[in-house]
Design a binder for this molecule. Sequence first.
Ligand SMILES: *[C@@H]1O[C@H](CO)[C@@H](O)[C@H](O)[C@H]1NC(C)=O
Ligand SMILES: *[C@@H]1O[C@H](CO)[C@@H](O)[C@H](O)[C@H]1NC(C)=O
Ligand SMILES: *[C@@H]1O[C@H](CO)[C@@H](O)[C@H](O)[C@H]1NC(C)=O
Ligand SMILES: *[C@@H]1O[C@H](CO)[C@@H](O)[C@H](O)[C@H]1NC(C)=O
Ligand SMILES: *[C@@H]1O[C@H](CO)[C@@H](O)[C@H](O)[C@H]1NC(C)=O
Ligand SMILES: *[C@@H]1O[C@H](CO)[C@@H](O)[C@H](O)[C@H]1NC(C)=O
Ligand SMILES: *[C@@H]1O[C@H](CO)[C@@H](O)[C@H](O)[C@H]1NC(C)=O
Ligand SMILES: *[C@@H]1O[C@H](CO)[C@@H](O)[C@H](O)[C@H]1NC(C)=O
Length: 790
Amino acid sequence: MAIKNIIVSSTYFLLLFLLLLSFASCTKNKQVYVVELFGDEHEPLHQIENTHHSYLLSVKESEDEAQASLLYSYKHSINGFAALLTPKEAQKLSEMEGVVFVHKNQPRIYSLHTTRSWEFVGLDGSLNPWTEESNQTNGDSVNLLTKAKYGEDIIVGMIDNGVWPDSKSFSDEGMKPVPKRWRGVCVNGTAFDSSQCNRKIIGARYYLQGYENDFGPLNEKEDYKSARDKDGHGSHTSSIVAGRVVPNASALGGFAKGTASGGAPLARLAIYKACWPIKGKPKDEGNICTNIDLLKAIDDAIGDGVDVLSISIGFSSPISYEDDMIAKGALHAVRNNIVVVCSAGNSGPLPHSLSNPAPWIITVVASTVDRSFLAPIKLINGTVIEGQTITPLHMGNSFYPLVLASDVEHPGLPTRDSGYCLDNTLQPNKVQGKIVLCMRGQGKRLQKGLEVQRAGGVGFILGNNKLNGNDVPSDPHFIPATGVSYENALKLIHYVHSTPNPMAQILPGRTVLKTKPAPSMASFSSRGPNIIDPNILKPDITAPGVDILAAWTAEDGPTRMTFLDKRVVKYNIFSGTSMSCPHVAAAAVLLKAIHPTWSSAAIRSALITTAMTTDNTGNPLTDESGSPATPFAMGSGHFNPIKATDPGLIYNASYNDYLLYTCSLGVTQNLNITHTCPKSYSEPFQLNYPSIQMHRLNHTKTIKRTVTNVGKSKSVYKFSAKSPKEYSITATPNILKFNHVGQKMNFNITVTENKGQIVTKDGPDKYYFGWYTWSDEHHVVRSTVAVSFA
Ligand SMILES: *[C@@H]1O[C@H](CO)[C@@H](O)[C@H](O)[C@H]1NC(C)=O
Ligand SMILES: *[C@@H]1O[C@H](CO)[C@@H](O)[C@H](O)[C@H]1NC(C)=O
Ligand SMILES: *[C@@H]1O[C@H](CO)[C@@H](O)[C@H](O)[C@H]1NC(C)=O
Ligand SMILES: *[C@@H]1O[C@H](CO)[C@@H](O)[C@H](O)[C@H]1NC(C)=O
Ligand SMILES: *[C@@H]1O[C@H](CO)[C@@H](O)[C@H](O)[C@H]1NC(C)=O
Ligand SMILES: *[C@@H]1O[C@H](CO)[C@@H](O)[C@H](O)[C@H]1NC(C)=O
Ligand SMILES: *[C@@H]1O[C@H](CO)[C@@H](O)[C@H](O)[C@H]1NC(C)=O
Ligand SMILES: *[C@@H]1O[C@H](CO)[C@@H](O)[C@H](O)[C@H]1NC(C)=O
């Protein structure tokens, strides 16, 4: 069994892995396959299991062998099974009547892909988001939450790595009985029995077949064999969606003190634990989830009756729909009217890095809120340089010598490894009693601080490299520390080089609000364009995902460095698209509560077309370099739950539309579903999506869209567009007159190249961005447009 980790990002929160796995050896010639069958929706569940068994029996020698080889039966909407098969048996099955596809399982790695965050989007009842032209008052947000009954009737399925049920965030005090339609269960396991479920956590299950088949039995020192969370991630995401209101919550050292609350504090949680530790690795190196476990978790969630699925799981790079069991499961979930929200991943800022691009999923990237944890550096000449940390340690009032890591390393270190404070690289005699500046770019952030501590340093400054730019991380280090932007790192380097006795002091960290432009994209947040299908613009939307305070497990320190960090915290600050995804899931809960008849496409459309593209200073939302963020970084903009409740028009789509879409992709994606497709179907870009991407446009193209009126019965919407100089956007008709709610109108959007404006050397993969809107007196329904030219 060979497992190779390739560290994509050197940073701790953003650590991602690509595991190259070859574990054919475990069970002779047998590998895990997923076999999908044509479904009969009305078949009773036990009969479905019998059918699965009989398929297996037809390729296996005996009843017992068939029984032993079956890992899971999928039976709610998805009809199929996971089993251990030889390639021959798989081939035989794939030729049988009734089999849709036989797919060799790929192990799937999950990347970790509150207080202030809800206030920041105007949902705490006290503050409006930064103002666009909007005029949202306290009243609006209280209104939204009360109208949605704080999510009390809505059930959210969390596909993650469990929950810490003892956290105050999951108390069910004062909650009404569990909705009658709930069909889920609370599965007993280690340190978690059915008594842990209550009116807040209404279901809990866990999935180990895929994991144990690939990696051997769970090491019960590393995780609980139950839905209990030993890691922190699952508790954090669950409490962001639906944590109760907990006053005076704060992280280690009192940072971010305030009232912790989920976005939908009375929503019900159903826990599906499908992700487990990487054996023998500390938690901060990631968790692993297998395709078949994820598919089973989604299948059960469909059967149990969840309304929204929050999935902060994904590959570090895109994979085809065929290999992607989250995409497959999500399609079935959407068929059952479940809204599926997924994280886009933490593989930014490089392009093409986003995962979960299926158009039936809401794909969420991550941005900042207007809160900082400032811990400036004071130079002895009086100059103060801004820094950020959540380290609860102070160095007192003295100044200490400031050195650059590259000047105090053991001699002979290769230049490429220099300046990063990697393990055992610093010379204690040159570091003793000093503050050391270490650069990002290689190695883990917290480990660098430990290296400075090992060498006897009294303080540690983490300098961003150019790629990270202004996106300064906030970490809980083990010695007094702070982090600085790339620009400030250069200032410090200049200071050290220009002074004979550079001396500095790191001031204690403190929480400050409203001091910086926000939101701004996190540098770790994955980017488009969508390479799985260039006809669909992804990501969809951004939400808070940087330094989010939420519930934690008591079994793991705030840094998840299992072997080192024995600190115990009830609440912890954490970053990732894993944190932004549950924010949008909570917004979906509120929308679903207010508009119970809306489809998942309607909810996505409402969120996308009302998203904000400016920050709290009224300027365009920026990325980590300080430039305006493109739609490949921020999607259609920052979510705005209050506006999304009243979008005016929505772009709807049904399960059948998605099927036709996959038919149109069948050829390129080898989905092998073409035999269920009608003879003719439109092209993939005709899917009624609320944004538009045209890839390698040859001069001009017209596509059809349909909007449904969900605003005032009598209303008139006018078209308007803003396009770059490279093309123009027109609509026919350009006025839409509605007479009743629910009325649909078609229009055509034509994008035409402006002659002589395309710089051919930019090539066919250079995208140019614009947008169009439909607006009446009350609504602006905005669609983002991305075009590249052949
Ligand atoms: C916002 O609302 C206040 C109070 O209702 C009103 O005075 C003000 O003019 C409004 N501002 C805008 C921009 O509509
Ligand atoms: C689960 O555990 C509870 C409490 O220990 C016990 O009462 C119950 O019977 C168990 N249920 C099952 C299905 O084992
Ligand atoms: C929260 O903290 C404040 C000040 O520290 C204190 O006055 C208040 O009683 C605390 N509230 C709760 C519910 O503990
Ligand atoms: C202190 O040193 C820095 C870095 O060399 C320099 O930019 C700054 O102007 C100095 N401040 C004062 C007050 O001399
Ligand atoms: C959208 O389409 C679905 C059917 O696919 C339908 O149930 C729903 O009413 C439509 N409209 C809205 C606003 O969701
Ligand atoms: C899809 O079908 C083709 C032709 O029937 C077959 O060659 C191919 O292996 C199938 N692919 C999968 C993934 O099942
Ligand atoms: C663009 O379309 C024209 C005809 O409409 C065709 O001759 C040309 O080959 C096309 N170019 C590309 C790059 O597809
Ligand atoms: C859109 O274009 C198609 C094809 O050119 C045409 O058949 C249809 O009538 C147009 N729809 C509208 C609303 O103009």
